[in-house]
Design a protein around this ligand. Structure first.
Ligand code: GMT
Length: 382
């Protein structure tokens, strides 16, 4: 198959999933064309069957705001025609889905039919998509795509609840590549961070408000009162300044390390004892799954798709949004008993294994084939 994959190139979960999916498809012999305004973060080396097409955004004095969607649609048309793509798979509805649909219409006028599959990732529905500024276009894009997938049952349901959707949405969960994410022996690193055998608590995110990193500090302050511990904060973003200030307020500065953006996140996770993800909303929580694959139990909220990934009382605990007191108590419960901690670690790994890319990739391939078969019926009626 020849597949065009459009995604955001940044460190966000949707870009990561799109890139890892493309790499896995290419390894199976499919031809994959990435389309983005920058090289996707995880597309960092030459790989057979993979092509990258940059969307160049040229300015013009008239434009206060660049018409990115128009540029992207034109680029889709050109790439589909030149490379004879079988389908376009776009990740994150805004603006990829509507641009792809515009491209599909243009191509139809030239007797080329290129189906569009849209994968919903979360904020394209839960935060941005619901905004009336985007809502009609998001609903239209979902209804008009040839196929639509969501990364969790919760996101699927939320999409049905908030938009007028006639389309059947298929749930294909996010996945983990165990050749990369598994616990590694990093005792030197661990010793350097926690010289007195402190427990290592980790949070990774893009430090946006929705991640409630302020709650991470509050939860950690509660844990630290009872248990010798260090907090590693991985990532960066708009809330970073506020969080640095909070560390002073809660008197935990000496025990909180800001590591910034890290490429080899699996190495950091490998020294972790517990992962915190107290998000306001999270369609899936890929960061939690990556932690679990490295045998790190998770304390999260029960928002969105998180309880589908982090099984309450088994792989960690999923608590109400903002209930930092309970989250601290549950963390202490896990960390204060070695045998119990081991059980949670084992359960976390077992749960992560259900999301092995080797299990999830065939679901995408089967879905592509289903959509292509349906489209053959459409083109037969031309
Ligand atoms: O969470 C983010 O800030 C990034 C965002 C994205 O679109 O890249 O993540 C969303 O997609 C991820 C991959 O499917 C999910 O694991 C995240 O839960 C989801 N984020 C939210 O729903 C807030």
């Amino acid at each position: 198959m020849k597949i065009g994959i459009a995604c955001y190139p940044t460190y966000g979960g949707s870009g990561v999933i799109a890139t890892e999916l493309g790499k896995a498809l290419a390894e199976k012999g499919h031809e994959v064309h990435f389309i983005s305004y920058n090289q996707p973060a995880r597309l960092d080396s030459y790989l057979q069957n993979i092509y990258y097409h940059e969307v160049n955004i040229n300015s013009y004095p008239l434009f206060d705001h660049l018409p990115y969607e128009t540029i992207l649609a034109s680029r889709f048309v050109d790439i589909v025609k030149t490379n004879h793509l079988d389908l376009l798979h776009v990740h994150y509805a805004i603006p990829h889905a509507s641009a792809a649909l515009m491209a599909r219409s243009i191509l139809m006028e030239q007797d080329i039919y290129c189906p569009v599959i849209t994968t919903l990732h979360g904020t394209d529905i839960t935060l941005v998509g619901k905004d009336p500024t985007y809502e009609p276009v998001v609903a239209y894009s979902i209804n008009q795509s040839n196929g639509v997938t969501a990364v969790s049952n919760s996101l699927r349901q939320e999409t049905y609840d908030h938009f007028k959707i006639k389309k059947e949405i298929e749930v294909i969960p996010n996945f983990i590549d165990f050749t990369r994410f598994s616990k590694q022996a990093k005792s030197h690193f661990k010793k350097a961070i926690a010289p007195n055998d402190e427990k290592i608590i980790i949070h990774t995110s893009n430090f946006r408000k929705v991640k409630r990193v302020d709650d991470v500090i509050r939860i950690f302050a509660g844990i630290h009162k009872e248990i010798k511990s260090k907090l590693l904060l991985v990532g960066d973003g708009p809330e970073r300044g506020v969080i640095e200030h909070m560390c002073k307020e809660y008197n935990v500065c000496d025990n909180v390390l800001f590591l910034g953006k890290q490429e080899a996140i699996e190495e950091v996770l490998s020294v972790g004892d517990l992962f915190l993800l107290p998000s306001e909303t999270e369609s899936f929580g890929l960061a939690a799954l990556e932690a679990m694959a490295c045998e790190v139990p998770v304390i999260s909220t029960n928002a969105g798709g998180l309880p589908e990934v982090n099984i309450n009382g088994v792989t960690g605990f999923a608590c109400d949004v903002g209930d930092v007191e309970t989250m601290s108590q549950k963390a202490i419960y896990i960390l204060s008993d070695e045998e119990r901690h081991e059980k949670f670690k084992k359960n976390s790994l077992a749960q992560a294994q259900k999301y092995n890319i080797t299990e999830v990739l065939p679901l995408y391939v089967a879905y592509y084939n289903k959509v292509l078969n349906e489209c053959q019926k459409i083109t037969a009626n031309y």
